[in-house]
Write a protein that binds this ligand. Structure first.
Ligand code: KG4
Ligand code: ZN
Length: 342
């Protein structure tokens, strides 16, 4: 045990997944995720629809989580919730539900940053007695591609990020060009698996930007023109070359991540690195970053796949690692869509 472990109810509603967790220390007793499938037909998340669905789902998800953890509401000692960044309407549903539970149960309310929780998501349900700081962190999700130096659980310094599209966004936009439903990242991963020759790939251009930074907006344009050109002479090009196409897109997104992480390891010698966010579920990234870390004698912490995409368990364990951050006056706690609004 690192220090006092409270039983927490955690709420994550930053985007289109309603998630509720019950945690104690790093232990996850329940992690309910209700995904909103209705956005896929629009090719992206519709904010108003997302907040309405959160409102509809949230109490049911809380009931399910308590049942799964087999814990009565009276045993909950604090409520953690995602304060931001994210879609403001969605965040407000989580914030106000958390506030209502905190006030009615007379237990503390803990606001947690969504990106910080992806930084620590690799520690969900891990049987470890301490975390050694500093470590490097790579957060790769639908909205963020960030490299951090994690000095302590409270001092998380961003040293690089994407200049335009996030890695997950690049996956999803390229997937759309192939004809997959939103979000198509996981399908690109699945279709790439049958492509076994790593040296055979379409060399889509990779943007050169400053150290630890990324740029993905050019990729979708190259994929778009490449497909237009190929489809002119062969209308079945995509179906006939699906795994090659998917693997090439995946490689173009993952390679810069590996290159910049290797540079970061060399510039900031650390003993370990954590990876988090939806794209950390990608099997090619997981395999390649594990090899890279082994080569550089660095320990890699990868989240279990269920803790890669948005989930409330990572909110609960971050609240614990950050020693239950709260404010005496809970009315001073506000949700924020972007970090610079804090
Ligand atoms: O962290 P997350 O659930 O939401 C945000 O905070 O953005 O990440 C969602 C992103 C989507 O872009 C989705 O396509 C991507 O994660 N994703 C994947 C995989 N699974 C989810 N991308 C590549 N390979 C996967 N296996
Ligand atoms: Zn996220």
């Amino acid at each position: 045990m690192m220090f006092f472990e409270k039983t927490l109810l955690s709420i994550e509603t930053s985007c289109d997944d309603t998630s509720i967790a019950i945690t104690k220390g790093l232990e996850v007793k329940a992690n309910v995720i209700s995904s909103q499938v209705e956005h896929s037909k629009y090719g992206g998340v519709i904010p108003e629809l997302a907040s309405r669905k959160h409102q509809k789902n949230i109490l049911h998800c809380i009931q399910l989580a308590l049942k799964e953890a087999n814990i009565p509401l009276a045993d909950i000692e604090g409520v953690a919730f995602t304060q931001g960044p994210g879609l403001i309407g969605s965040l407000l549903v989580g914030h106000h539900t958390a506030k209502a539970f905190s006030q009615s149960l007379k237990i503390p309310l803990y606001p947690i940053d969504h990106i910080h929780s992806h930084v620590f998501s690799a520690f969900c349900d891990k049987d470890i007695s301490y975390i050694e700081y500093p470590f490097l962190s790579l957060v790769v999700s639908g909205g963020h591609t960030d490299v951090h130096i994690v000095e302590t659980a409270f001092e998380i310094k961003k040293i690089g990020s994407t200049l335009d599209d996030a890695a997950g966004e690049a996956f999803d936009k390229c997937a759309k060009l192939i004809g997959y439903d939103y979000p198509g990242g996981a399908l690109i991963d699945a279709k790439s698996i049958s492509h076994t020759n790593e040296d055979d790939f379409i060399p889509f251009p990779i943007a050169k930007v400053k150290d630890f930074h990324f740029s993905y907006s050019g990729l979708k344009t190259s994929v778009k023109y490449y497909l237009q050109d190929k489809l002119k002479s062969n209308p079945n090009y995509v179906a006939e070359n699906e795994s090659l196409l998917c693997f090439s897109i995946q490689k173009s997104i993952v390679s810069p991540l590996l290159n910049e992480i290797e540079k970061a390891i060399k510039k900031h010698p650390v003993k370990s690195i954590s990876v988090g966010g939806g794209v950390s579920c990608n099997s090619y990234l997981r395999e390649k970053i594990s090899q890279l870390c082994k080569k550089n004698d660095v320990q890699v912490f990868l989240p279990e796949k269920k803790y890669t995409t948005d989930n409330a368990a990572m909110i609960g364990i971050t609240c614990f690692l950050q020693k239950y951050p709260s404010k005496e006056n809970i009315y001073e706690i506000k949700a924020y869509a972007r970090r610079n609004e804090i």
